[in-house]
Design a protein around this ligand. Structure first.
Ligand code: ATP
Ligand code: MG
Length: 320
């Protein structure tokens, strides 16, 4: 099966502190998990659930270890009908693990045991798999996890664009200056930004990429560089969509939600947005749909929810 919507990158299980403000160093305190995770995987899983009414096919290119954590991820992706034939089992490492700790100020602290997560290699990509590609999504985290993972992302873009010059290339630059120095972030993002058609930044990320203070001005600057859409994610405030026709942005308010676990909201938002975009909806409806998918995610404990298309539409109708 050669899917229409493809994503690649790190697959992880997440193990989370059950209570806030408990540092990882505290001995004997509880964690909850494993939960299937990894930003690219959360993206593709959301796409797959939201794409059911449209019959868009989805596939993922990634690497897991030969262990039960890998099975946890595979089972979730398979149950949402994602093609997992390009997920390789690496016998030499464990499946990637992220230990996550929440704090009352909203911050998170991760410890990563990357294992197989960064092992996706350019050799794992073949042109044949991209023969039906309509949308390819790249996560900044897949550029930073390892050099081979980064090169795989660059190669995926090259293949996708050769096969389909109209392919949608979306990029979520989920790279934080506290994780990587600014020049490295700009260097590794450049080949993606030069080819991307849709960008999904948060305020801090877009200011960093544009080198401009003020998120609105930064979005406008990046739009001028050739992107079709810059979609600014604004947490509970929703999003603002900048396009050639709306250079000042269309503000789309968020939905009321009781935040239980914010991890994965941005990735779920990206996935829902691409489905609406491929469905040919107008930008306002796409933004509302993606906001609703993000709002439902934050109410779910664990990075990868089971939310259905119908539940997202229901929230849109109930809070107009
Ligand atoms: P992350 O990278 O941590 O997954 P992000 O910074 O990429 O997140 P956010 O802006 O935090 O993205 O969240 C994405 C979208 O999810 C928002 O644009 C909004 O639509 C929705 N969302 C997030 N938090 C909330 C909230 N507390 N209440 C309602 N909607 C929310
Ligand atoms: Mg993000």
């Amino acid at each position: 099966m050669n899917p229409e919507i493809i994503c690649l990158g790190e697959l992880l299980v997440e193990i989370m502190r059950t209570e806030k403000d408990v540092p990882h160093r505290i001995i004997g305190h509880q964690y909850n998990g494993p939960f299937p995770s990894g930003a690219p995987a959360i993206y593709i899983d959301t796409v797959a659930r939201m794409a059911i009414p449209f019959n868009f096919s989805t596939g993922f290119i990634g690497t897991i270890g030969n262990d039960e954590f890998g099975e946890v991820i595979l089972e979730k992706l398979r149950s949402d009908h994602i093609d997992v034939s390009k997920i390789k089992v690496n016998d030499n490492c464990t499946t990637g693990i992220a230990f996550n700790q929440y704090n009352s100020d909203g911050s998170r602290k991760f410890i990563f045991a990357t294992g197989a997560a960064g092992q996706v290699s350019p050799e794992d990509l073949n042109e044949d798999y991209f023969s039906n590609v309509r949308a390819l999504h790249i996560m900044g985290s897949s550029l930073s996890i390892s050099k081979i993972s980064r090169n795989s992302c660059y190669k995926a873009i090259e293949i996708a664009k050769t096969i389909n010059p109209n392919v949608i290339i979306s990029f979520d630059p989920n790279l934080r200056p506290e994780m990587l120095d600014l020049n490295t972030i700009l260097d590794i993002s450049k080949p993606i930004l030069d080819n991307a058609t849709v960008l999904f930044p948060s305020g801090e990320e877009v200011e960093m990429l544009a080198g401009v203070k003020g998120e609105i001005n930064a979005c406008k600057k990046l739009l001028e560089k050739g992107l079709n859409l810059v979609v600014l994610k604004q947490g509970k405030e929703g999003c603002t969509i900048f396009s050639r026709e709306n250079i000042n942005g269309i503000k789309i308010p968020g939905y009321n939600a009781v935040e239980i676990d914010p991890t994965g909201a941005g990735d779920s938002f990206d996935g829902a947005f691409i489905v609406g975009y491929l469905a040919g909806w107008d930008l306002k409806k796409i933004g509302m749909f993606a906001n609703a998918a993000g709002a439902l995610k934050v109410q779910f404990f664990g990075p990868m929810p089971d939310t259905s298309f119908e539940e997202v539409i229901e929230l849109m109708k109930s809070q107009k």
